[in-house]
Design a binder for this molecule. Structure first.
Ligand code: F6R
Length: 364
């Protein structure tokens, strides 16, 4: 049942190239050169703003989507965790589409948030993994993320499938709103088609990550840094590590380091930097130098070009395949998941059933 793996979590991590491929098969044309996802009358051209609501890992998928919708589709996005949204009862500007993200489709706060939005009369779209779930049934339109059953409590393949589904929606929105020309749309689609293959390559970092994770498992506190669309991956990496290895971990936007968290940095506090080469990499290098100057150990997860530029003071570097910028957040989920997995195995915790956690949070 675990497909030869020791834990469901590892099986589900390894399934990602396949299930992300299923998302693309479901929502792109057979040639992969256009979006073929019917939103039953929801037209991004007439939407003024998105309000994305979710909890935990699904929230972090929504946070990546915010960067994408704003950048590629020029569509403003609000994002909230469901437990805040539902009690804050925010007003909705004209033309708001509510977007609810939930693997289980049963998370109590997300469901209550959906009911609030429905009561306010806005249109609602759900991204769900369980087609017959409450959230799928109650939203105006439900889009399946096609991850298949996720057994491990810590979410892995649902996250990357949520991201892949959002990526398709972003391309659709960019096109409908005229935010990208045909060439721009073709570029994003070409990037998406590379995802299954690149996810397979990314899984090859497993050995290198295990070595780093065994060292990290000895520490008490871990910082994760990321900038721009990689910031949510820093949050996700920290959440995964907390959940299954019980190490204390925090994710921050790289630029926030000097506004507080750098006070935590010492020899005993590893800093995981998720930073593929992009227009902001220079800034990340200077953040890493600030860490290293204080004796901090940097684990840099990046591509060959950026690792070469980072210099040899970096404690450990994990070389990821080169990838188009658009899909980098999906790809970098893999090393973040593997790091948590191997740290948990090294510590001997219950990987698939971590203490105090339930797969579906149906109580508030
Ligand atoms: C993290 C995790 C949780 C869930 C959260 C939302 O690994 O599993 O943070 O992501 O409870 O659950 P769903 O997506 O079912 O609404």
């Amino acid at each position: 049942e675990k497909g030869g793996h020791r834990h469901f979590m590892m099986k589900e991590i390894a399934e990602q190239p396949t299930v992300v491929g299923k998302v693309l098969d479901a929502y792109l044309t057979p040639e992969g050169d256009a979006v073929a996802l019917d939103l039953e009358g929801i037209d991004f051209a007439s939407i003024q703003r998105l309000s994305i609501v979710a909890c935990g890992t699904a929230y972090y998928a929504g946070l990546v989507a915010k960067y994408w919708f704003e950048r590629y589709a020029r569509l403003p996005v609000d994002i909230d965790v469901a437990s805040e949204f539902r009690y804050r009862e925010p007003p909705f500007p004209e033309g708001t589409l509510g977007v609810f993200v939930s693997q289980s489709g049963e998370t109590a706060d997300t469901l209550a948030a959906l009911r609030f939005a429905t009561g306010e009369g806005i249109r609602t779209l759900a991204l769900v993994n369980v087609p017959e779930s409450s959230i799928a049934r109650e939203a105006d339109v439900a889009v399946q993320i096609h991850a298949g059953p996720e057994i491990a409590v810590a979410s892995t393949k649902a996250f990357t499938c949520q991201l892949a589904t959002f990526a398709v929606l972003v391309v659709k929105a960019a096109q409908a709103r005229g935010a990208l020309d045909a060439g721009g749309v073709a570029e994003l689609l070409a990037a998406l088609r590379k995802l299954p293959g690149l996810l397979s390559h990314a899984l090859a970092v497993d050995d290198a990550i295990r070595t780093a994770a065994e060292a990290i498992a000895e520490s008490h506190d871990v910082l994760f840094l990321g900038r721009g669309q990689m910031f949510p991956l820093a949050l996700e990496g920290a959440l995964k590590l907390k959940e299954i290895s019980y190490l204390h971990a925090e994710g921050y936007p790289s630029g926030e380091l000097k506004h507080g968290p750098i006070a935590l940095v010492d020899k005993a506090t590893p800093v995981v930097v998720l930073a593929p080469h992009d227009g902001l990499f220079e800034k990340t290098v200077s953040n890493m130098q600030e860490v290293m100057a204080r004796g901090g150990r940097v684990l840099l997860i990046s591509d060959a070009r950026a690792i070469a530029q980072a210099g040899d003071e970096v404690w450990q570097a994990i070389t990821m395949p080169d990838a188009p910028e658009f899909i980098q957040p999906v790809l970098y989920a893999v090393p973040a998941q593997l790091l948590a997995y191997h740290a948990a195995v090294a510590k001997g915790t219950d990987v698939d059933q971590p203490r105090n956690l339930a797969k579906s949070v149906t109580v508030e």
